[in-house]
Ligand binder design. Structure first.
Ligand code: RNT
Ligand code: ZN
Length: 416
């Protein structure tokens, strides 16, 4: 059977279950996922930062890490060529591309330092999302936006202000919004004596940053909380409550990272609440494993549940990005697996009779609701997915792996 024949058979099966597969594919094609550049080089960047800091870690030393902007762009191109649909890319400020021996510190960054990325995105029809980088820097050794040292704090405030301008530049150049997400590592290893003062300083820093003039229709500022970091086990300044309240009061967005909560606390359950109070929200989809939060996204239950909530809440209201960094496997494969899994999870959600299921819940017919939810799990979603890959001109099933291995041999192996 051809891919198309398999799809046609699946279409009939889904139709009988009240699901329109053509509509699902059309909807899936319209959902962009922001692919994070930092999987390609173990979050190192190009501004000479050296070791990764801030309580996050990329472990492993699989050969072939991208070391230059050219290499990273090439690798991202390879990954994107194996992922169906049109997407976005997500950059960190530490990925500025300096030319002719120029170098400026992070508080002095300007749009021109990202011109190469704009060119890259323009040529491929991609949008760009952005992140100030408040780690892996000598001035981030202790604290950043919550620092007790006024000079350090000013440096980081200036950095984020510079990033706001760069974000607006991306939006204007590319004709699509730019989501600018702020995450800081600030916190304490052990029980703090004063939780309020650092949080008050973070609040004031954010106020100062947002006081500059920027176009709110183009730049969507988000704040990302985290329950702990390595070396910040007891306290983080930017906790969930802190940012949720800050975002609500100041009309910016919350970004929920699926690896940043207690192990039994699920981001999938938070989305509906956020969307009742905010017009939009942002996500970092990742996979938490014990204390670590940044494993490659799999097609697991929580990713599927997150996708269902995105579809039910309105995909245009959720700014969807991935966030993981695995240095122990082929990095392009990590991107492709993570991106394709996110899309498969979205497709899975689109192939549910969501209205019917909601109605059964309203009728308290939990017996039938459970029956349908479980029976649909063995419907031929893979045939629909394969067809989606085929019509989008990317390899079907595991055929993409051979291309990654070929690239590894021909390109990555040369990077000594
Ligand atoms: C860290 C946060 C943050 C980073 C990236 C590199 O715990 O998740 O989003 O992973 O910005
Ligand atoms: Zn994150």
């Amino acid at each position: 059977m051809t891919v198309k024949e398999r799809y046609e058979a699946a279409r009939e099966m889904y139709k009988a279950a009240g699901v329109d597969t053509d509509a699902a594919l059309e909807a899936l094609a319209k959902i962009p996922v922001s692919m994070h550049c930092w999987q390609g080089d173990d979050v190192i960047g190009f501004d000479g930062a050296g070791a990764l800091s801030g309580g996050i870690q990329a472990t492993g030393n699989y050969p072939g890490r991208a070391r230059t902007p050219e290499e990273l762009m090439m690798d991202m191109d390879k990954a994107l060529s194996l992922i169906p649909g049109r997407h976005r890319i997500n950059l960190h400020a530490s990925y500025a591309v300096f030319e002719d021996g120029e170098w400026v510190d992070r508080d002095k960054l300007e749009p021109k330092h990202f011109a190469k990325w704009v060119q890259f995105a323009k040529e491929r029809g991609l949008g760009i999302d952005f992140n100030p980088t408040l780690f892996s820097h000598p001035k981030a050794e202790n604290a950043t936006l919550s620092s007790e040292d006024p000079e350090i704090r000013k440096f980081w405030i200036d950095h984020v202000k510079a990033c706001l301008k760069i974000s607006q530049y991306f939006a204007e150049e590319l004709g699509t919004h730019c989501a600018m997400n702020i995450w800081i590592p600030d916190g304490f290893k052990d029980i703090p004596a004063d939780r309020t003062a650092p949080r008050a300083r973070l609040k004031d820093s954010l106020d100062q940053i947002l006081s500059i003039d920027y176009d709110k229709d183009k730049v969507f500022v988000a704040v990302e909380s985290k329950v702990f970091g390595i070396g910040f086990e007891s306290f983080t300044v930017g906790s969930h409550e802190f940012y949720m309240n800050y975002a609500a009061k100041n009309d910016i967005l919350c970004l929920l990272d699926s690896g940043h909560y207690h192990p039994t606390e699920m981001v999938s359950d938070k989305i509906s609440s956020m969307l009742l109070f905010f017009d939009k929200m942002a996500l970092h989809v990742t996979r938490p494993v014990r204390w670590d939060s940044d494993h490659v996204v799999l097609l697991d239950d929580e990713t599927k549940e997150i996708a269902k909530e995105i579809i039910r809440g309105g995909a245009d209201r959720v700014l969807l990005a991935l966030d993981f960094f695995d240095a122990s496997i082929n990095r392009i494969s990590a991107w492709v697996v993570g991106m394709r899994n996110m899309q498969k999870a979205l497709l899975n959600a689109l192939l549910l009779p969501n209205e019917q299921l909601a109605k059964l819940q309203e009728e308290r017919n939990f017996t039938k609701q459970m029956m349908i939810q479980e029976e649909l799990k063995t419907y031929p979603m893979g045939d629909v997915w394969d067809y989606f890959c085929e019509i989008n001109g990317v390899p079907v099933k595991e055929a993409w792996y051979d291309e990654v291995m070929k690239y590894e041999k021909e390109v990555l192996a040369e990077r000594k």
